[in-house]
Ligand binder design. Structure first.
Ligand code: HAM
Length: 413
């Protein structure tokens, strides 16, 4: 006998007993996003490596350490670590900039990052997200944040913290980076190797470092003073103030977190995360923000954009356990021919149904019905002789007898 082959580290099977929650997450995404005028887009799982190197940014952990990259026919390809870059590529390639703005897109599907697996962090995971193109006004930022909150509420998650920040534009960010570098320079040797390389390339990312030594430096009074100061220019400031006032109008509670910088290079102005206190260290269920330069940067016509993505495994882990019975009806009968006929009729009428193909005892069949179906359709000798069916609600135990020809009516009890 050969060795048993197991699923790869950081990947998981989604088993039939969990699939109900996944269907719910997907169905609610379709409903909530469609009701706000978003249309689904499905892009390929792999793309040219260059798309992510240029799109997500070559100073990010994702591009430097976490990509699943391989070669085929001398082309370097990468399994998508996120989907903003892919959607932007599709937007440009399919001439969507000619459509009337905004272009509102949503997606769901697997993403791949070579990270150290832990609770809430996998190597293959799933995201559901939206990208909206064409609106530079702060209404778009507020619309996208409120859509994220609406989706979370629709799946039953109400107790989450929305954190927002503004990274400003490249011009004001330069000023902030300069001051940050000046304040951090004396501590450079004590910082982790990642932060040392971030220092020149992207010092803002240091604010997000989880290494205790770096965190301690950031908590010093000197650094806190630099961080607390508002460097963003008047225009960016006004934009952020408007985003906040729209969120107030929409009754969305949020807090401003000046350390929120996000791990991807494409953002400017508004960035946001939605966090749960019930998730341990990997506590972000949603991350997003504005990325006004990405379309132009990837060769398209300059188009402002804003979006978010949520980790579906993290969402699922926050959902209450609900038992969903897979079937509406389970036919209980010791005559396979009659059982077969009734099951087929029910299925034809759109009622999910099954029966015991091994013809076990009635009591065993009823036991099975209570486990997997909402109703038992009992065809005993009595019922067969009178051309009737007894339909038992397995939750309430209420039982009614209906004519065999009228069995469908029983499911509205
Ligand atoms: P992100 O923050 O890298 O943003 O990922 C968004 C969400 O995906 C995270 O908040 C988390 O819930 C989930 N996630 C990320 N990595 C993992 C992992 N290894 N295992 C499980 N869940 C994970 C983006 O991906 C951006 N593309 C979001 C965006 C869209 N920005 C603008 N538009």
């Amino acid at each position: 006998m050969g060795n048993i082959i197991k699923a790869q580290k950081g990947t998981k099977d989604i088993l039939p007993n969990e699939i109900g929650s996944w269907h719910m997450l997907e169905q609610k995404a379709l409903e909530v996003f469609t009701s706000a005028g978003f249309k689904e887009i499905r892009t390929p799982i792999f793309e040219a490596t260059e798309l992510f190197a240029r799109g997500v940014g070559d100073t990010t952990d994702i591009v430097n350490k976490e990509m699943y990259t391989f070669e085929k026919s001398e082309r370097s390809l990468t399994l998508r670590p996120e989907n903003t870059a892919g959607v932007v590529r599709a937007f440009i390639e399919n001439g969507m900039s000619r459509l009337s703005m905004p272009v509102k897109l949503w997606y769901k599907g697997p993403m791949f990052r070579y990270e150290r697996p832990q609770a809430g962090r996998q190597r293959q995971f799933h995201q559901v997200g939206v990208e909206m193109f064409g609106i530079k006004e702060p209404t778009a930022d507020a619309e996208v944040i409120s859509l994220a909150v609406a989706y979370l509420n629709a799946i039953g998650l109400n107790d989450l913290d929305v954190e927002i920040n503004s990274l400003g534009c490249p011009k004001c960010r330069e000023e902030f980076s300069k001051n940050l570098r000046n304040a951090l320079r004396p501590y450079l040797e004590k910082m982790c190797p990642d932060c040392q390389s971030r220092f020149e390339k992207n010092p803002l990312r240091i604010l997000d470092c989880k290494v205790p030594e770096c965190k301690e430096i950031l908590e010093s009074e000197e650094l806190q003073n630099v961080i607390a100061k508002d460097y963003i220019c008047d225009e960016c400031h006004e934009h952020f103030e408007k985003v906040k006032s729209y969120l107030n109008v929409l009754n969305i509670k949020y807090s401003v977190n000046k350390l929120l910088v996000r791990g991807l290079d494409y953002y400017n102005r508004t960035v946001f995360e939605i966090k749960s206190n019930n998730l341990g260290s990997q506590n972000a269920v949603c991350g997003g923000g504005r990325y006004d330069s990405l379309v132009g940067h990837l060769g398209g016509q300059d188009t402002p954009a804003v979006g978010f993505a949520m980790g579906m495994e993290r969402l699922k882990s926050l959902l209450p356990e609900t038992e969903v019975k897979p079937l509406t009806a389970y036919v209980v009968c010791d005559n396979s021919e009659h059982a077969f006929k009734l099951v087929n009729e029910l299925r034809e009428k759109g009622i999910s149904a099954d029966f015991d193909m091994t013809c076990k005892k009635f009591t065993k069949q009823l036991e099975k019905a209570s486990k997997i179906a909402n109703f038992a359709c009992i065809l005993g000798e009595d019922e067969l002789s009178k051309n009737e069916v007894s339909v038992k609600n397995m939750l309430t135990s209420k039982q009614i007898t209906v004519s065999r020809d009228d069995v469908v009516s029983a499911f509205v009890q």
